[in-house]
Design a protein around this ligand. Structure first.
Ligand code: AMP
Length: 420
């Protein structure tokens, strides 16, 4: 199937061509025709599948078909909700790319930054808004946003929004929207909470599923390097230098760990920056831009900060520490091997993490190849110790479920500084 077969406007086809996309991805092939029929959808798709274009293109197509002109003030016709600032910013960037040859305008709204520029943009009038729930509610409560003309609501990474405790915020936002609208819900998992949300707010949705939990784990080349905890830094530096890796995303379990490792890599002569929830939005945006531009070689991130980060052709992901929540492993390695590119995900695993590894292999239903690198073989006399989760607010040492894993501090993307 080609994009032409999907019946998209030539203004959109032109933008697609400029992006260099040859054919629709499976989620695009399935979702676009259904959305164009004005139906609600419940789609199981992770980042990396092309889902953003999967909802943005048909949304723009329907806007174009509605032939609404902008003689008067622009009204917000589409609202996209995303869990984190990074994801919201990236989705809006994509919207802008695909809408480039049309008249439609978009803006992004999230917390942690000044509200004034957002007020100005909203007052000027805009067609498409991408927002995190917290700051959007601020605008709703101070009546700085008019959502009464919204035809499309898109919930992106809905499972993450629920994980982050946004369920009530989402409900409040939906209460401010017209009942007569099209709703598209994207989620990597179908939990009971997602089903509940869908039953409550979607109208006989069409179910679309393209990527199972282990989809990215099949594309990405993975390896486990067994190593002692005290030698992980040395091994990481060795791998980066020996392999001449130019762009590496490294995951740590805690914010403190991210800062420390980033500093150590700098000491080892490897340019690096850390991104996590304690950094200002500006610092995070700058680090990400520097990383994308190749100015820094290593970006050290915690799970939440990296959520939704979209870097084309990111070749290397390293788990400096395995996540204690197995699903996070799949999300982490999904940062590489995107849209058909090759990717490699390496995990440095010490004896303390054997249980996490077993959980991950059970989830992805396969054994990850193991490497014992010469010169870095673990000392067999070292026995497993309980993992120190950092002991801070961001520590996520609880099992998935019940919302308890959030640890309070670092899963509030978009809300920092926004509400209190
Ligand atoms: P997403 O899942 O929306 O985060 O998209 C993942 C990546 O796939 C992004 O870098 C997109 O630019 C890219 N992409 C989206 N659609 C296509 C397509 N049809 N062909 C090739 N790449 C695509």
């Amino acid at each position: 199937m080609t994009f032409n077969d999907l019946g998209l406007n030539k203004l959109l086809l032109k933008a697609i061509k400029e992006q260099g996309y040859e054919n629709p991805t499976p989620i695009q092939e399935q979702a676009i025709p259904v959305i164009l029929k004005r139906k609600d959808i419940l789609a199981g798709a992770q980042t990396g599948t092309g889902k953003t274009a999967g909802f943005t293109l048909p949304m723009l197509e329907l806007l174009l078909r509605s032939k609404e002109n902008h003689k008067g003030k622009r009204h917000i016709k589409a609202l996209i909700l995303a869990p984190t600032r990074e994801l919201a910013a990236q989705v809006e960037e994509s919207v802008r790319l695909y809408a480039k040859h049309t008249d439609y305008t978009s803006t992004v709204i999230f917390g942690g930054v000044k509200i004034n520029p957002q007020l100005v943009a909203l007052r000027r009038g805009v067609d498409i808004v991408v927002a995190t729930p917290g700051r959007l509610l601020d605008h709703i409560s101070q009546k700085s946003i008019d959502l009464s003309h919204v035809d499309f609501l898109i919930l992106d990474e809905a499972d993450r929004m629920l994980d982050m405790g946004f369920v009530n915020d989402i409900k409040k936002v939906i209460a401010a929207l017209p009942a007569n609208r099209q709703t598209l819900l994207f989620s990597a998992t179908y939990s009971n909470d997602i089903k509940k949300l869908s039953n409550q707010f979607l109208k006989s949705p069409t179910l679309i599923e393209v990527a199972r939990t282990n989809a990215s784990s099949e594309i990405v080349q993975q390896a486990i390097y067994h190593v002692d905890k005290s030698r992980k830094r040395e091994l990481l530096t060795h791998l980066i230098k020996e392999g001449d890796w130019k762009q590496v995303l490294v995951f740590t379990r805690t914010k403190h760990g991210a800062n420390r490792l980033s500093g150590q890599l700098e000491t080892d002569g490897i340019t690096s920056a850390a991104i996590h929830g304690n950094k200002s939005q500006n610092a995070r945006t700058k680090s990400l831009a520097d990383f994308k531009a190749g100015k820094i070689r290593v970006l050290v991130a915690t799970d939440i900060a990296a959520r939704g980060i979209d870097i084309d052709q990111l070749p290397h992901v390293v788990n400096y520490e395995l996540p204690n929540v197995s699903e996070d492993y799949v999300h982490r390695i999904g940062r590489t091997g995107r849209a058909g590119n090759k990717g490699e995900a390496i995990s440095l695993v010490c004896v303390d993490e054997d249980e996490f590894l077993a959980g991950i292999e059970k989830l992805i239903k396969k054994d990850i190849p193991k490497v014992w690198l010469k010169g870095f073989k673990p000392d067999p006399s070292i026995k497993a110790e309980p993992i120190n989760m950092g002991g801070n607010r961001g520590a996520r040492n609880k099992p998935r479920g019940g919302g308890s894993r959030n640890g309070g501090g670092n899963r509030n993307g978009g809300r920092n500084g926004g509400r209190r």
